[in-house]
Ligand binder design. Structure first.
Ligand SMILES: Cc1ncc(COP(=O)(O)O)c(C=O)c1O
Length: 382
């Protein structure tokens, strides 16, 4: 018996290919959630499958006691695409964030700085430290006593951050677009100011790009949209090309705080996940990013038109192909169900917020079809 912790779709997938998931009766569903932003180029992308098969013929697991060439290659590519630093591979987003928390504590140890400023409504994972970092009470219920030293500011309110900064503050932890919180993007000026203040005070700026990274927001990494460079970035979801992989990238100056033995993972950086992730990253060229931006524009434009016609829609928020529609009432789950009946997979990230995280391989005509169906559902729901 499985632990019953997930609210599940009432379908049993048999296989998935490209943008579709097929159930055992052969009914196909257009997947606009991509395994929660994991299969960003569709299911079983041929180049990714080829890379996996090639690695399968070499070895599955040999442990991090050995030099693993593909890890070194992927790390080089990630650094080239982000900033000068060092990469640690783990197995999940939460683990990537755990290392970011540990790094900040190592960094602040000598000066007795250990406090984090995170944000209300944020989400950073389900391990104990990442739950403490998460700015939503529902994830912390029943877990007291929590870890010490986590405080929460209001997103896009720089004064609320300033008020929390003390001589004990070691890091600010931020999602550039709050994903699980309901698609709330950070403002460009807010992020610019945050970078300025953290730099002045020698406070680390840690960006959780687990959901926003790998082209989701229209740039390879969302920080590149904001014209800043963080001190640490964490990645997951698409990082393993459909397989489990967490990535923590530390800027060069932080490497000395993690000497041999200070961190580790048996499975971290599994070679199969690494080659799948690396292949995916290689496919995210300028053309693909342009495509994300074009599809995003088309999708948002259509949603705005629906918004004008339907009072029940309260807001449309997006960054690239990370899209949220907020309703006046708690009808998001009902809408997910209605979409599902019509062969489309969407997600209710909050009772009143619908989320789309489509693969970058969808087309204009897919979007038009989805919008037409959405329009019908909205009429019906009234
Ligand atoms: C921004 C963000 N951080 C961290 C996580 C946790 O990642 P994982 O579920 O791989 O541990 C998620 C997952 O949804 C996320 O969206």
């Amino acid at each position: 018996m499985l632990l019953d912790v997930y609210k599940k779709y009432p379908i049993v997938p048999e296989r998935a290919q490209g943008k579709f998931i097929y159930d055992k009766n052969g009914k196909r569903y257009l997947d606009l959630v991509s395994g929660i932003s994991v299969t960003i180029l569709g299911h079983r992308h041929p180049a990714v499958i080829r890379a996996i098969k090639k690695q399968l013929n070499k070895y599955l697991h040999i442990s991090n006691l050995f030099h693993i060439k593909v890890q070194e290659e992927y790390a080089r590519l990630l650094v080239e695409k982000t900033f000068k630093g060092a990469v640690f591979f783990s197995n999940s987003g939460a683990e990537a964030n755990e290392l970011a928390v540990k790094t900040a504590r190592f960094f602040g140890a000598d000066s007795n700085r250990y406090k984090f400023i995170a944000f209300e409504n944020s989400f950073h994972g389900r391990t104990l430290a990442t739950v403490c970092l998460t700015g939503q009470k529902k994830f912390k219920k029943g877990l007291s006593p929590l870890l010490e030293g986590f405080e929460f500011a209001e997103l896009n309110n720089i004064n609320s951050v300033k008020k929390l900064i003390t001589s004990r503050t070691v890091a600010v932890f931020l999602e550039l677009v709050q994903g699980e919180g309901g698609i709330y993007p950070a403002d460009i000026n807010f992020v610019g100011n945050l970078r300025k203040i953290t730099k002045e005070k020698n406070i680390l700026l840690i960006l959780d790009e687990i959901q926003t990274g790998f082209g989701r927001c229209g740039k390879l990494f969302a920080f590149q949209k904001y014209g800043i460079t963080p001190d640490i970035i964490t990645l997951g979801k698409a990082a393993g090309g459909g397989l489990p992989l967490g990535v923590t990238i530390l800027k060069k100056g932080l490497v000395k705080y993690l000497p041999k033995g200070s961190h580790g993972s048996t499975f971290g950086g599994n070679p199969i996940s690494v080659v799948a992730g690396m292949e995916t990253l290689k496919l995210l060229d300028e053309k693909m990013l342009e495509r994300v931006n074009r599809l995003s524009e088309k999708f948002i434009q259509g949603l705005h038109q629906l918004w004008e016609k339907n009072k029940i829609i309260e807001d449309v928020r997006a960054s690239g192909l990370m899209i949220g529609v907020e309703f006046e009432k708690e009808i998001a789950e009902k809408i997910v169900f209605e979409f599902l009946k019509r062969g489309i997979i969407t997600n209710a990230v909050k009772p009143n917020i619908l989320r789309f995280l489509p693969p970058y391989t969808i087309t204009y005509s897919d979007i038009e079809k989805v919008l037409a169906i959405f329009s019908k559902i909205l009429k019906h729901i009234k």
